[in-house]
Ligand binder design. Structure first.
Ligand SMILES: [Zn+2]
Length: 190
């Protein structure tokens, strides 16, 4: 009798465990088969037909950024390695601007082919209209951005949100987070 009860409890808790996991598996954002590029701090997912060279041009992280981030000036031997290095450089710059060292951070960046795809993903996740060029989802530790908005200040703004949300044990108010991310954006525009 006792063992039967334990067995039932175990089965129930296993079902609850899988039900709990369901949201993260259940939301299909269309990036399941997307091209993946790994950097030190990010796994970068590119929607179909996005050229890595276009991403590099738009992000425009140069030698002065590398210098400010304290990264070596070595040449990368592929455009994928170049993009990965640029995003790690941008990450370091954002850490420095916020004065929040978080060097073990790892997250995801998903690049949509256009703003319509980005808005659809946002709607599926939050059941709301999107009024921003990009967004960060804490639960998935993922930055979503569209190709046309893949620019240093916009990606940097979302990296700031990712850093802030992982740096503090108790999160500051949303308005304060937005001010900090806005400050990073301003610094990166200069
Ligand atoms: Zn923001």
């Amino acid at each position: 009798m006792f063992f039967k009860l334990i067995y039932r409890l175990l089965v129930c808790s296993l079902i609850l465990f899988f039900l709990n996991l369901k949201p993260s598996f259940g939301i299909e954002d269309g990036f399941g088969s997307a091209k993946k590029i790994k950097s030190k701090h990010f796994t970068i997912y590119c929607a179909q037909d996005i050229e890595v060279t276009t991403l590099i041009q738009q992000l425009d992280i140069g030698s002065s950024d590398k210098l400010l981030a304290g990264k070596p000036m070595d040449e990368k031997n592929s455009s994928q390695a170049e993009l990965a290095d640029m995003l790690d450089t941008l990450f370091m710059r954002v850490c420095n601007i916020l004065d929040m060292p978080l060097y073990s951070f790892q997250g995801n960046i998903k690049i949509c082919k256009d703003i319509a795809q980005l808005a659809t993903i946002y709607y599926n996740l939050f059941n709301k209209e999107l009024h921003a060029p990009s967004f960060y989802v804490f639960d998935f530790n993922t930055i979503y951005v569209s190709l046309e908005n893949f620019k240093r200040q916009i990606v940097g703004h979302e990296i700031a949100h990712a850093i802030i949300s992982r740096y503090f044990v108790v999160l500051p108010p949303i308005k304060v987070q937005e001010i900090l991310a806005g400050y990073v954006e301003y610094q990166l525009r200069k």
